[in-house]
Design a protein around this ligand. Structure first.
Ligand SMILES: [Zn+2]
Length: 341
């Protein structure tokens, strides 16, 4: 049960890579491959906006710092809608697998600053390109106080990850997992250099995505879809996404949310081993951040300035903090006035 009344959660994220996918990941800097990134801005994003506006849906846009630099107007188009979230997606869409810690920290710092300038909001989610968390990234996400990561494959609904995966520490952020099944690129990204097959028919992909949603709905889980403007933006594919959204909306008790709000609403495990758990095995808990209503009239929210600790018995305030933004709905003992997104 999500948000106390929904059976299933559904979230859409849009990886707005533009030219950085081709220059940063594939090292292709000549006009033709870069123009595939240009398609993001000219055709893909406007069609995605038209679709999301029609359905009044929120989405999370994962944006590299360089893209915020290169495409301020496109970023403004996202920000001005007011219901979308922006997440960090590398600076140059670079691989962080072999990046020294100091270098990755500097890029992350610069990238966060670029997104703050471009979107007027601090990104609280990370997706390391291309779905590849580096050996130092988890430490940096905790250092920069990210609320969630979305680069791992360990479940098909949000969970609290261990990094390193085997024997590593339980991390103080949520994992909103990715999957190649629910990414449009394996189906639609065709390229000669480097070679990728990817010219599936939209009807085939619609069949797979509907079946994935059916499974999430039946299990009370979370449907996490990733799309890229230059892949999904072509006419038959955006029409297919429209059909998928209509299909999901035909279920009355589905909660559409950004990835950040979705991660903040994760539920705890009730049966050991049956669900990913928010609670540490010893019940010691881990810090969460909160905010409260009040101070500006009805419906106004402002940071309350408290850090809380989630334990086996509920959520307890532990210290003043400068950044406090969210609290899992699994906190059943939040003090009066605290707001759970
Ligand atoms: Zn990307």
């Amino acid at each position: 049960m999500w948000k106390d009344r929904y059976r299933c959660a559904a979230t859409l994220s849009v990886d707005f890579d533009a030219e950085s996918l081709w220059s940063g990941t594939f090292k292709l800097t000549t006009p033709s491959p870069l123009s595939r990134g240009d398609y993001d801005v000219r055709a893909g994003l406007p069609r995605i906006h038209a679709l999301l506006d029609k359905h009044e849906l929120p989405a999370t846009f994962m944006v590299p710092g360089q893209v915020a630099d290169d495409h301020p107007d496109a970023c403004a188009d996202i920000a001005e809608r007011g219901r979308h979230e922006v997440g960090y997606h590398g600076y140059f869409h670079e691989s962080v697998l072999e990046l020294p810690l100091d270098e990755e920290r500097e890029l992350m710092k610069r990238g966060i600053a670029r997104l703050e300038e471009g979107f007027g909001a601090t990104p609280r989610g990370n997706r390391s390109p291309p779905f590849a968390l580096g050996p130092n990234t988890a430490d940096l996400l905790e250092e920069f106080r990210f609320a969630y990561d979305s680069s791992l494959f360990g479940h098909d609904e949000p969970y609290r990850p261990r990094v390193p995966v085997v024997g590593g520490a339980l991390r103080d952020f949520v994992e909103l997992p990715v999957s190649w099944e629910l990414d449009d690129a394996p189906y639609f990204l065709f390229s000669f250099f480097p070679y990728m097959s990817g010219l599936a028919t939209p009807s085939q992909v619609l069949e797979i995505w509907k079946a994935e949603f059916d499974g999430s709905y039946a299990s009370g889980g979370c449907f996490l879809l990733v799309v890229h403007p230059f892949c999904i933006g072509r006419h038959p594919r955006i029409a297919m996404l429209d059909e998928l959204i209509q299909y999901i909306k035909s279920f009355q008790d589905v909660w559409f949310a950004t990835w950040r709000r979705n991660g903040a609403a994760c539920r705890p495990s009730t049966a050991p081993g049956s669900r990913p758990s928010w609670q540490t095995p010893d019940g010691a808990g881990f810090p969460v951040r909160v905010r409260a209503r009040g101070g500006g009239g009805c419906g106004t929210e402002k940071p309350c300035g408290w850090t809380a600790r989630l334990t086996a018995t509920g959520c307890r305030p532990v210290a003043r903090a400068t950044a406090c933004t969210w609290i899992p709905r699994s906190c059943t003992a939040a003090p009066a006035g605290w707001w759970r997104p």
